[in-house]
Structures are given as structure tokens and as C-alpha cells.
Design a protein around this ligand. Structure first.
Ligand SMILES: [Zn+2]
Length: 243
């Protein structure tokens, strides 16, 4: 390559490639898949939260009932112990016996209530377990995708580093004023300050050049810099390219 415009176009091509690589970072396949999984996980978590809100008060009541039943059992054991060794008056024995029967009755009532609570809890716990089962493979897949994303990013970063290295080599060969102009124009149009003129169009904005403009450009001396009417990029004409 001997023309400065060849170098300029090489720079523009590298900048297009670098921009494309930078943009592809946001849409790497593993990242897209992870985002979709995160959405599914979010739905599962919301469903689990709702079920938990239903489950918690029931579970708390069940614990309270179990404590009450245990308390009654202790009390009844004490009375049974006293009854078995009692030698006192008949009235005391009758009172203790009545209390033992009352405790047994109360225990039965509480145990019925426990059973009802357990029956209410069961379908909720089944659904929670099902949600957990549903979540498990998603967690495994997420973990795999996180590792895959790291690989994809690493590969992309290596490619980017290599292209940026090429870019600095190419830009070092370009005349300072031309390079400065390229960079300034590029900043206004998303990063690429020059484009080929091809088949009567600007390769940057892809708009067709008017016949008059085309004629004017075709008669410009090869060393003169032209810019696109539409996008302002440096328009590199075929006559300016050797390579
Ligand atoms: Zn243009």
C-alpha cells in the first residue's frame, strides 16, 4: 500500500471492526441466554415468595400447637405419676382424674388442629418443592453460562486488543493532519471518519451521490480530500486507492 488513502481506509475498516466487536459485547450469546434465564428465575422466585407468605403463618401456628401439646403431655405425665402413687382422700383422686381426662381431651383437640394445619401446609410445601425442582436445572445452567460468558468475553477482549494494536500501527503511518481530520469527523458520526466511494454511493452512510456531485468528485485531483455531503465522512475515491 503506497497511497495515504489506502492507510486511511484500512484505519476505517479497523474502526468498523472494533466498533462491531465492542457492540457485540452486549449481545454475546451466553449473555443473552443468561438474561432469559434470569427472567425465568425471577418468576420462580416471585411464585416461591407468594407461597412462603402463605406457608409461614401456618408453620408458626403449627409450632405453637406442638409446644402446647408438649406442655399438656408434661402436665398429664405429672398427674398420672401422682395418680399411680396416690393414697390420699377420694376427692383428691377424683379431682386429679378429672384433670387428667380434661388434659387428654384438650390434647385431642389440639392434635386435631395440628392435623388440619398439616393438611393445609402439605399442598403448599409440595408446590414449593416443585418450584425448587424447577429451579435446580436453571441454577446449573446459569452457572455453566456464567463460565461460558467469561470465555466469550475473554476471546472478544483478545480480538479487540489485537485490532487496537493493528489500529495504532496503521494510524502511525498516516499523516498527522489527515489523521486528526479523520478522528474529528469520526467523533461526529459514531467513530468512523472515512468511507469508500463505491458505485456512486458513500460507503459510510450508503446514500447515493447526486450526478453533479459525482461528476465534481470524479474531476477532483487525486490528492485532494473530499467529504460526503450527507454524513461528512472523508470520501475516498477509487482513484485515490492503490491497494
Ligand atoms: Zn456519507
Amino acid at each position: 500500500m503506497s497511497s495515504p488513502f489506502d492507510e486511511l481506509i484500512a484505519l476505517a475498516d479497523l474502526d468498523i471492526e472494533i466498533l462491531t466487536l465492542e457492540r457485540s459485547r452486549a449481545s454475546l450469546p451466553a449473555r443473552v441466554a443468561l438474561e432469559a434465564l434470569a427472567e425465568t428465575l425471577g418468576e420462580l422466585e416471585r411464585a416461591a415468595e407468594l407461597l412462603d407468605a402463605e406457608r409461614l403463618p401456618l408453620a408458626r401456628s403449627l409450632i405453637e400447637l406442638e409446644e402446647d401439646v408438649a406442655h399438656l403431655a408434661t402436665r398429664k405425665a405429672q398427674i398420672d405419676e401422682r395418680l399411680s402413687t396416690a393414697t390420699g382422700a377420694g376427692r383428691d383422686l377424683e379431682a386429679m382424674d378429672a384433670e387428667a381426662r380434661h388434659l387428654a381431651e384438650r390434647t385431642r383437640q389440639l392434635e386435631d388442629a395440628e392435623l388440619e394445619l398439616m393438611e393445609a401446609l402439605e399442598p403448599i410445601e409440595v408446590r414449593l418443592a416443585a418450584l425448587g425442582d424447577e429451579r435446580q436445572p436453571i441454577d446449573v445452567e446459569s452457572e455453566r453460562l456464567v463460565a461460558e460468558l467469561a470465555d466469550e468475553e475473554r476471546a472478544l477482549d483478545e480480538k479487540l486488543a489485537s485490532r487496537r494494536h493493528d489500529r495504532s500501527s496503521v494510524s502511525a503511518t498516516i499523516d498527522g493532519a489527515l489523521l486528526a481530520r479523520y478522528e474529528k469527523l469520526g467523533a461526529g458520526v459514531g467513530g468512523v471518519g472515512a468511507a469508500r466511494m463505491l458505485h456512486g454511493r458513500c460507503g459510510g452512510c450508503h446514500l447515493e451521490l447526486s450526478a453533479g456531485e459525482l461528476d465534481r468528485l470524479n474531476h477532483l485531483p487525486a490528492d485532494q480530500i473530499a467529504t460526503c455531503d450527507q454524513c461528512d465522512r472523508i470520501l475516498v475515491r477509487p482513484v485515490q486507492l492503490d491497494g
